[in-house]
Design a protein around this ligand. Structure first.
Ligand code: ADP
Ligand code: UDP
Length: 237
């Protein structure tokens, strides 16, 4: 597989073409951003952890019946993925109140929900990823009704899987963000990443934050937290 020109550089990853028109290579960086790019920094070793963690989860999710873009891990930071056209929705599942949910609705963090919630944001940095509902997504033609149903079904299946997995590692899955894409034939698959950048992970005993909130909130010990969750994952795999 030949790595050809870079087609995109995002906040956390670069995307390259390959000599196969249906495959891309994603290359994970140590760059970290928060608050829609206003806060910038580096989390040393993050790219390696996020690449390896994402790939292990994607492989397991495929087996659990959720199709994904994952093809093959090429190196510590590089992965071969199926090229998709990204559905411009950030799909957020929450098991416990935190972050923008707590802020928006004026509640404390840490309220355990009876059932997980799902919400969508319009993936659009210029607009600051505004929250939208299904009818807005349909009005904007971001996805078809069938695609939205499929995305919801997969997102809850990912939650069931991840929640159980992390629970076995002494980690509470608070919330996370997923992205989905369309293959050439229109099939919806899980894309992008599943990592401490995109999930809130709390130590089950102490509720210590083991994710990007340590960077967002200047809590210190950011690298240690990423290493700790990776270590726990590897112990359970
Ligand atoms: P951002 O664009 O938010 O800064 P990243 O730095 O993670 O995010 O950049 C990676 C980009 O690649 C994202 O825009 C993501 O939607 C996109 N992407 C992820 N997986 C695929 C894929 N399989 N095919 C095409 N694009 C993808
Ligand atoms: N999230 C993400 N990318 C985003 C927005 C959110 O990965 O652009 C993740 C975030 O890490 C958390 C979950 O989605 O695990 C819910 O985030 P929230 O809406 O609370 O927003 P935030 O507090 O990050 O502003």
């Amino acid at each position: 597989m030949q790595k050809l020109e870079q087609i995109y550089e995002g906040k956390a990853k670069k995307v390259f073409k390959t000599d196969d028109p249906n495959l891309f290579i994603v290359d994970y960086k140590d760059d970290a951003t928060a608050f829609n790019g206003l806060k910038k920094g580096t989390i040393t070793g993050k790219g390696v952890i996020n690449n390896q963690m994402t790939n292990r989860f994607m492989a397991k999710l495929e087996k659990a019946g959720v199709p994904t873009h994952f093809v093959e891990e090429l190196s510590e930071r590089e992965t071969l993925v199926k090229k998709v056209s990204i559905v411009p929705l950030e799909v957020i599942i929450r098991n416990i109140s935190a972050g923008s949910f707590a802020k928006r609705y004026g509640v404390e963090e840490g309220i355990v929900f009876d059932k997980p919630t799902i919400e969508f944001s319009y993936k659009n940095d210029d607009l600051g990823d505004p929250l939208l509902n299904t009818s807005h997504a349909l009005a904007l033609k971001l996805a078809s009704p069938e695609e939205i149903e499929t995305i919801k079904k997969y997102a809850f299946a990912v939650n069931d899987f991840l929640k159980a997995f992390w629970s076995g590692c002494g980690v509470t899955l608070v919330d996370f963000k997923l992205e989905f894409g369309r293959l050439e034939d229109g099939t919806i698959v899980l894309a992008d990443e599943i990592s401490p950048d995109t999930c809130r992970l709390w130590d089950s005993k102490t509720n210590e934050k083991l994710d990007k909130d340590r960077f967002r909130r200047d809590l210190g010990g950011v690298e240690d937290a990423y290493e700790e969750v990776m270590r726990r994952m590897m112990g359970a795999i």
